[in-house]
Design a protein around this ligand. Structure first.
Ligand code: NAD
Length: 317
């Protein structure tokens, strides 16, 4: 049984082990695979493991040995699942592995906006504290979260975990979701999207990217927010119309944004958010603490084991 991992680097840049897969077959791991080498690298392998490398209908036609495609992520839009189904190829994903990590990262971005910890530390190392006439100084407004309102759009696993942390900070939590749930009601007040936009001091996005959610943050919805609002997006870039957000930040319509995702990744040099005021952007790292990647690896190996035992789980096609 030949197993090919086409783009293993982001999942395991060297701090984890591929031995779970090695035990299941003859394993070849590539850090990255350019589009023109995908079919040749798969060759006659039966098992293909990918993260973001596209597996198209043409690749499936060129590589008729493929029996299984394991996606090392939750989103599996990189695989043509219809073409895979037609060929009776099983496609699996990792439905959940990083809930705690992503919810924690919401607060990494939010606390940076509230305290500018990195910039203040840099100022201290520059000598600004040594030369300060007072015992203390701050270069940015400092913001306390207690008694402020966190509005969460998309109140599923990560949204609810974010609510638990927000409540620990003493925040009030509002939620908007297409489907309300009993556990959700215990953590937040469900409100309409308009009410959430108007009343929240911090708005955090946790809905999936769907036709109904694409561009949910746009000129119109931003217009309903408080001028002091802080927007956090750790979900998917296209939920936000980036031009509209950049304008809102530059004109002071809203106060700040913390973004782990953008519409085109890696970020393009001409992304308007790179020129926006009070905008903090990280390179899609919310999912990536080692603990979270280790969990992902373990589930990916279990998915393949279950497939090989004719008892597949986490099948998406
Ligand atoms: P989930 O499925 O548990 O929750 C999503 C929630 O969104 C559900 O409650 C669903 O009802 C709701 N929803 C669907 N359509 C909606 C709509 N039109 N309006 C409002 N709510 C809607 O998913 P999750 O595990 O909480 O993950 C949420 C998102 O986080 C994922 O879709 C993914 O895009 C993102 N994510 C990002 C990272 C990262 O590294 N930045 C890592 C993992 C996941």
């Amino acid at each position: 049984m030949k197993i090919v991992i086409l783009d293993g680097y982001t999942e395991n840049p060297g701090d984890l082990s591929w031995e779970g897969f090695e035990k299941l077959g003859f394993l070849t791991v590539y850090d990255r695979t350019p589009a023109e080498e995908i079919a040749q690298r798969i060759g006659d392998a039966e098992i293909v493991i990918v993260n973001k490398t596209p597996i198209t209908r043409e690749t499936l036609i060129a590589c008729p040995s493929i029996k299984y495609i394991g996606v090392l992520a939750t989103g599996y839009n990189v695989v043509d699942v219809t073409a895979a189904r037609e060929r009776e190829i099983t496609v699996t994903n990792i439905p959940t592995y990083g809930t705690a990590a992503v919810a924690q990262f919401v607060f990494a971005l939010l606390l940076e906006i509230c305290h500018h910890t990195a910039a203040h530390s840099e100022a201290v190392y520059r000598g600004d504290w040594t030369n300060c006439p007072d015992f203390s100084f701050w270069n940015y407004p400092l913001i306390e979260l207690a008694n402020k309102t966190m509005g969460i759009i998309g109140f599923g696993r990560i949204g609810q975990k974010t609510a638990v942390i927000a409540r620990a900070f003493g925040m009030n939590v509002l939620a908007y979701d297409a489907h309300e749930s009993e556990p959700g009601r215990e953590l937040a007040d469900y409100v309409s999207l308009d009410e959430l936009l108007t009343k929240s001091d911090v708005i955090s996005l946790h809905c999936p990217l769907l036709p109904s959610t694409e561009g949910i943050i746009n000129k119109g919805s931003i217009g309903k927010m408080k001028n002091s609002a802080i927007l956090i997006n750790t979900s998917r870039g296209p939920l936000v119309v980036e031009e509209d957000l950049a304008q809102a930040l530059n004109s002071g319509k809203i106060y700040a944004a913390g973004l782990d995702v953008v519409t085109v990744e890696p970020i393009r040099a001409d992304n308007p958010l790179l020129q926006a005021q009070n905008c903090f952007i990280t390179p899609h790292i919310a999912w990536a603490p080692k603990e979270s990647r280790a969990r992902l690896m373990q589930i990916a190996v279990e998915n393949l084991e279950r497939f090989l035992r004719n008892n597949p789980v986490n099948v998406v096609n």
